[in-house]
Design a protein around this ligand. Structure first.
Ligand SMILES: *Cc1c(COP(=O)(O)O)cnc(C)c1O
Length: 373
């Protein structure tokens, strides 16, 4: 018999928190606006299938992923409702969109023509979303090209325009002129092509929180559903959102080291006094970024302990000098709360010069996940 061995590093995701966050974000958009649950990147590290189901409980019936494979996995796990594939797919794979009833985001004329052919052959109407770049400088056609694309789509019988999508470069910044500019360009499209006026969608979490005028028939929430503010700052608008992920490990050794002892590769940390060091079985391959070497903190028995020396691939050391009761087996919280202390994704992100999004993906997608409600 093969025994089930669980890693000592564990990501715990609270599904009721995900459900509650969806409800809270839904209450921020107008009644008539649908709220898409972005579940790309394995739901920002929370587990795509489980997160989609948690959002479904709160009424979510439209989901977003980046790639085709993710969308098919959602269908194979019984997720119903609409699924948007934000990066489209290879031309040779377009027929799978019809097979699994998926809606691609399109930005290429030939893809649209191929979809018309596939729709005709399979006697289906394939729903598509046209991607327009209103200033993000990423994927999409220009607003000037929109007219000819819309004409093309209108002339088709087996392809149906379900949406016109765009994306904000600075939705997380209140009053940012780039965002106002994008909204203006979108409004111009709406005025020019009145038949698409009920199909536009542009707002991400930042847009939903900071630009209420950006709501259309659909808004798309990602990071806020996972409990974080897009700009990393908790404000009155975001304080009711709760992080759903906790990352914890346990002490595998506690030992005394003498003053002058170097710790870990390169001896970048040298004990200034005799001290107590704890060893934890977590390193950069588990999502604990090496840039946290000599910088990060973790929680043991409700107190903060500093990371000492370089973070290795699977292991790192922490200073337990002030946490005298800590013993092997004690829980070590890397992301989350213990006692009255909390380490948030935003705190870690600030230390690593990145954003909470990346921290959640790194921990969530590199460790075993456990679900609680
Ligand atoms: C990721 C993504 C979102 C969600 O963004 P958040 O900042 O996480 O809310 C919305 N729309 C598109 C096109 C995206 O790629």
């Amino acid at each position: 018999m093969i025994e089930d061995i669980y890693s000592r590093n564990c990501v715990t995701v609270n599904l009721s928190v995900l459900t509650a966050n969806y409800r809270r974000m839904k209450s921020r958009v107008p009644e008539a606006t649908r709220l898409l649950g972005m579940v790309k990147a394995d739901a920002y590290g929370h587990g795509m299938i489980e997160a989609a189901k948690a959002f479904q409980i709160a009424g979510c019936d439209i989901f977003g992923v980046a790639e085709l494979g993710e969308a098919i996995r959602l269908r194979k796990h019984g997720i119903e409702g609409e699924i948007l594939v934000f990066l489209g797919c290879r031309r040779s794979e377009l027929s799978l969109l019809a097979k699994y009833d998926l809606q691609p985001v399109v930005f290429d004329r030939q893809d649209i023509q191929e979809l018309e052919r596939i729709g005709k052959n399979s006697r289906k109407k394939i729903k598509i979303h046209l991607k327009v770049d209103t200033g993000m400088g990423r994927l999409g056609i220009t607003p000037e090209e929109a007219g000819e694309y819309l004409d093309l789509i209108k002339s088709m019988h087996h392809v149906e325009l379900a949406g016109v999508a765009s994306h904000f470069p600075k939705g997380d910044e209140k009053d940012s002129k780039e965002t106002l500019q994008a909204i203006k360009k979108f409004e111009e499209l709406k005025r020019k092509y009145t038949w698409i006026s009920d199909k536009l969608h542009i707002a991400n979490s930042g847009g939903i929180l900071n630009f209420p005028q950006a709501h259309n028939s659909l808004s798309r929430a990602g990071i806020a559903l996972y409990g974080y503010a897009p700009d990393g700052k908790v404000t009155a608008e975001t304080e009711d959102l709760q992080p759903a992920m906790e990352v914890a490990t346990e002490l595998i050794q506690v030992k005394k080291v003498k003053k002058g002892q170097g710790i870990s590769y390169g001896h970048t940390y040298v004990a200034e006094n005799d001290m107590r060091i704890g060893v934890i079985p977590m390193g950069y391959e588990d999502g604990l970024s090496r840039t946290m070497s000599n910088k990060g903190e973790v929680l043991v028995l409700g107190k903060r302990a500093k990371i000492c020396g370089r973070i290795c691939m699977n292991i790192c050391m922490i200073d337990l000098s002030e946490i005298e009761d800590a013993v092997v087996g004690d829980k070590v919280v890397v992301l989350g709360c213990q006692g009255d202390q909390c380490i948030t994704g935003d705190e870690i992100a600030a230390r690593c010069h990145t954003i909470s999004y990346e921290i959640l993906c790194m921990f969530g997608n590199n460790n075993e996940r456990k679900y609680i409600e």
